[in-house]
Design a protein around this ligand. Structure first.
Ligand SMILES: [Zn+2]
Length: 227
């Protein structure tokens, strides 16, 4: 199932794949994954766990202390957690706060769309888990302390501002939802970075370099020097 659906896994070497499998197993055995008005099977559990492991793959001992349960919804939902399929502005995933602390919600069809084995620039699962990494230091601000050392925060944020300007002027293929704030920028750019690293590296070389450092990942093989 991983081979067929999860490109990040397919691109790993055999040692990396074994590591990934172990991390996914640990996630599944320590977090509750619950379907809400929808059936979930091993594939869904695997895709939820993969979403969590992809952005933290370089941090083998990291276990999401702030996550207890992932709720899988039958579709996109609104702010009252009612599922609906029509109108725009639907929520595909979210991280709970206050009474929803420790809970992540993901839309099943959007999770399946993100992991159909093809390259995309979106991935609702990776998006939400990046928020969870970001909020660990107490602030969901696009500067997760676990990933960005203090001296690098300012250069990173100035890179973010530069790209936001390009998005505003239609000179970027990054989803304009990234303009919402620095935290959304990080989550949206991470979806693209992990789902289509080759394209991201080509179109956004500077961001790619920063994000490779942030996530301790060189996702694109450096086997040709021509650019
Ligand atoms: Zn978000």
């Amino acid at each position: 199932m991983l081979r067929e659906n999860v490109r990040f896994y397919t691109n790993l070497d055999p040692v990396g794949r074994t590591m990934f499998e172990m991390r996914v197993q640990r996630f599944i055995s320590t977090k509750r994954i619950t379907g809400v008005d929808t059936e979930i099977d091993d594939k869904i559990r695997l895709l939820v766990a993969s979403s969590a492991i992809i952005p933290t793959f370089a941090f083998p001992s990291f276990t999401y202390p702030n996550v207890n349960e992932v709720l899988v919804y039958p579709g996109a939902f609104n702010k009252n957690f009612e599922t609906h399929h029509d109108a725009k502005g639907n929520i595909l995933g979210m991280v709970g706060n206050r009474f929803m602390q420790g809970i992540v919600i993901l839309s099943k069809p959007d999770l399946l769309k993100a992991f159909d084995g093809k390259a995309h620039t979106f991935n609702v699962g990776v998006h939400e888990f990046v928020h969870l990494i970001d909020c660990l230091d107490g602030a969901t601000d696009g500067v997760p302390e676990m990933l960005i050392d203090h001296p690098y925060a300012i250069p990173w944020l100035s890179e973010v501002k530069k790209e936001m300007n390009k998005i505003k002027h239609n000179n970027s293929d990054i989803n304009p939802y990234a303009l919402t704030n620095d935290a959304e920028f990080l989550a949206v750019a991470s979806e693209y970075f992990f789902d289509s690293p080759e394209k991201f590296a080509m179109k956004h070389p500077e961001l790619y370099e920063y994000m490779s450092k942030i996530f301790h990942q060189g996702l694109v093989q450096e086997n040709n020097d021509e650019t």
